[in-house]
Design a protein around this ligand. Structure first.
Ligand SMILES: CCCCCCCCCCC/C=C/C(=O)SCCNC(=O)CCNC(=O)[C@H](O)C(C)(C)COP(=O)(O)OP(=O)(O)OC[C@H]1O[C@@H](n2cnc3c(N)ncnc32)[C@H](O)[C@@H]1OP(=O)(O)O
Length: 390
């Protein structure tokens, strides 16, 4: 959860020993002097931890630090949409009337338990060497008549940032005009895609939440429109679990190949959201209304085999031979006459294009409303504070 992580990392800058505010101890108490030194040492030690202790621990550290230095939570509760500060406030407030001394002790104990399970880097290790940069979130290549658009944020399970939606649109537009015969969407690492990056909701502009929801609606509509209009064969190479919008848009692909490790999950109700990617239309058509409802309303997660039996997936391959088999198949298909493929694809799509655009516009507009709802806000806050995992 990078947002809270980053935010906590920033707080740790403020924990520099020279900036730590006075702890309000009674001079002359040897126990407390020791405790203060231990506490200050622990504060410094946190910054040397090599391994990320995870958001839950970092929140505990934050809360204990605040309690130890300022006492019980004494600031107003941040608004519901101020996810990060609300999460921090909740953690601090949960400590109730715990004394400063007890909080300091708990902080020291917690850091000490972390230090024993994680080696500190040598002081000269440059920060950049500790966490390698992720590089480009989208990688587009063209080879053997195939343009491949690869989601490339493996450490975030290829969650889609707003920039990635824009980049995919641009990549599809370029692919529609390039020399390739087939276009492929796939993912790097163990996941295909974990859907919309939930931290997209935290990037509020001056226009506030309403403006964010409005621009989200436009971006979603443009993204899905681009898939509806894509003129060449579009293939999904589903290399691992797929969540949310990465699943719903599969109904707009021509062929979907999946590893037997893949799962297909659309937890919209859990998130206080509603279906997109034209799935409210394509899913009932592909698998029948009751099977579609099980996925889109109740968030039933399908195995690759189940998704194949329901017609969402074209074929499932054993994970061990997935890449080899699929790419060999695609290379063979890419030798087919490109114009015939284009014309055939377009005549198939033409029958439904208008309908799909209308469905997309409606789904996007309904989602804009959903994004402003308490149900959605609470679900996202819950994910960001790591209370719930889907
Ligand atoms: C209004 C503005 C919107 C602008 C954009 C509009 C465009 C269209 C929007 C269309 C609507 C789309 C809807 C959806 O896609 S709904 C589905 C959303 N996805 C989820 O709810 C999945 C959430 N993730 C999880 O449940 C788990 O992470 C997952 C099961 C996928 C994997 O669990 P696992 O335990 O294996 O791994 P981690 O949880 O530790 O994940 C590793 C790190 O990756 C981060 N992560 C994963 N998925 C997401 C995500 N979707 N958004 C943000 N971050 C994600 C996770 O937090 C971990 O990060 P840290 O290592 O930093 O903790």
């Amino acid at each position: 959860m990078s947002l809270v992580y980053d935010s906590l990392a920033r707080w740790s800058v403020a924990w520099s020993p020279t900036q730590v505010p006075a702890l309000g101890l009674h001079a002359g108490s040897p126990t407390m002097r020791t405790s203060q030194k231990d506490f200050n040492d622990a504060v410094s030690q946190v910054k040397l931890l090599k391994e990320d202790p995870g958001n839950e621990v970092k929140l505990k550290l934050y809360a204990l630090y605040k309690q130890a230095t300022e006492g019980p939570c004494n600031v107003p509760k941040p608004g519901m949409l101020d996810f990060i500060n609300k999460t921090k406030w909740d953690a601090w407030n949960a400590l109730g009337s715990l004394s400063k001394e007890a909080a300091r002790q708990k902080y020291v104990d917690l850091v000490s338990s972390l230090s024993t399970s994680s080696k500190s880097p040598s002081p000269e290790t440059p920060a950049a060497d500790r966490k390698p940069p992720e590089g480009n979130s989208l990688v587009v290549t063209s080879e053997d008549g195939i343009t491949t658009i690869r989601l490339n944020r493996p450490t975030k399970k290829n969650a889609l940032t707003t920039q990635m939606y824009h980049d995919i649109i641009a990549a599809l537009q370029a692919a529609s005009k390039d020399e390739s015969t087939i276009t492929v969407l796939t993912g790097s690492g163990d996941y295909y895609c974990s859907g919309n990056d939930l931290t997209n909701f935290t990037h509020l502009s001056a226009g506030g939440l309403e403006e964010m929801a409005r621009s989200g609606e436009v971006l979603l509509r443009d993204f899905v429109d681009c898939l509806i209009d894509f003129p060449k064969p579009l293939v999904a190479v589903v290399n691992g679990p797929a969540v949310g919008i990465s699943v719903t848009i599969l109904g707009l692909f021509d062929v979907v190949y999946a590893t037997d490790r893949a799962t297909f999950h659309t937890p919209f109700s859990h998130l206080g959201q509603s279906p997109e990617g034209c799935s409210s239309y394509t899913f009932p058509k592909i698998m029948g209304s009751s099977k579609a409802a099980e996925m889109l309303l109740f968030g039933k997660k399908l195995t690759a085999q189940e998704a194949c039996a329901r017609g969402l997936v074209t074929e499932v391959f054993p994970d061990g031979t997935f890449q080899k088999e699929v790419w060999a198949r695609l290379k063979a298909y890419s030798k087919l006459p490109p114009n015939a493929l284009r014309i055939s694809k377009q005549i198939i799509r033409k029958q439904e294009k208008e309908k799909l655009h209308a469905v997309n516009a409606e789904e996007s507009s309904v989602l804009r409303e959903r994004w402003l709802s308490d149900e959605c806000m609470n679900a996202i806050a819950s994910f960001l504070s790591r209370k719930a995992k889907l």
